[in-house]
Write a protein that binds this ligand. Sequence first.
Ligand code: NIG
Ligand code: FE
Length: 413
Amino acid sequence: MTHLFINIKELIQVRDASVKKISGKEMNILPSIKNAFLLVKDGLIYDYGKMSDLHGSSFDKKTDCTDKMILPTWCDSHTHIVYAGNREQEFVDRINGLSYEEIANNGGGILNSAKKLQATTEDDLYNQSAKRLEEVIALGTGAIEIKSGYGLTVSSELKMLRVIKKLKENYDLPIKATFLGAHAIPKEFKNNKDGYLNLIIDEMLPQITKENLADFIDIFCEVGYFSVDDTDRILSAGKKYGLIPKTHVNQFNSIGGIEISTKHNALSVDHLEVLSENDLEVLKNSETMPVALPSCSYFLSIPYTPARKIIDNDLALALATDYNPGSTPSGNMNFVVATACIKMKMTPNEAINAATINGAYAMNLIEKVGSITKGKLANFFITKEIPSYNVIPYSFGNNQIESVYLKGKKVSN
Ligand code: NIG
Ligand code: FE
């Protein structure tokens, strides 16, 4: 099956297959072809170029994109979309003056979500999560990472990861699964953190890897959650089972989480709302992708990740949603890109690079998604009629996407 898209006002993020991630000044360059065609064959990007170079190509279907642009779908490298119920009462409590930390200390937060998830059947959890996945696909997401971490018992962590596996089987976008057993210390282990770490290492990890349920291992390295030593232990254990580290670090405090993550060659370090000079130096000597989650900062009113400092130090940066019931109940990558421009002073070019190709790197999916490249999946979206792609972040909160394609198939409009 071949599908030809013609008269594309601008085909954006056109890259050679050799490009793996974009850093520093290069992030402000977004390669594109004006007045372009795109040819899709059997779910893959087969060819593209200027309309003037299109000569007698054969095709089964043709779509005219006059005045519209095409971008590769967003790569959301950090989400927790498998969860049960919501925490809107905590949202109201925060408006009334309680902090995120105080709510967590009162038994709310992650433990509140864990209680709800433990009481939810696998089928119900799947249905709730599939609905969220469909919503974010319609908003232009075409590759996604999903974490466990609201189970916090052997059976409930397995339940979450089996739901992710089912989503992988039933949807046409690449999905990566992350085991985040070390997301919070369950109530039963309140005074026995090591007991919980042992449970993760001795019971959860072997079962999860036996069923092949995870690609990555994650931990929330933060004051009141897990220490740098705990992080070292969990990442070492995960690696023994073939899982690649990705971590939650520096959300509220810089305690050495970045250093230990890079020592373990983490694929990404995520959050980074608080970043020391030493953290920056450590990142410069690594291949680890820093990931910013601006809609988390927006929702919790905490500092934004210092994107300018990161990029101006010649580092790469990816953007993701962190979609979860507590700190970011939104999976809209368009809003993430807009917020990165408005609040973190990233240019639209930088933000689009961060939300596509660098997001793909942060999921080990660079061979498949993140750019318009021959041989990659035909995962892209067609915009409405817009004068320039800068309108995507400029018109924050509005949707400039007309239709979304996954593996060359139209899945939403
Ligand atoms: O990435 N920071 C840790 N975990 C999530 C929030 C979890 C929650 O509040 O439910 C995050 O922001
Ligand atoms: Fe998170």
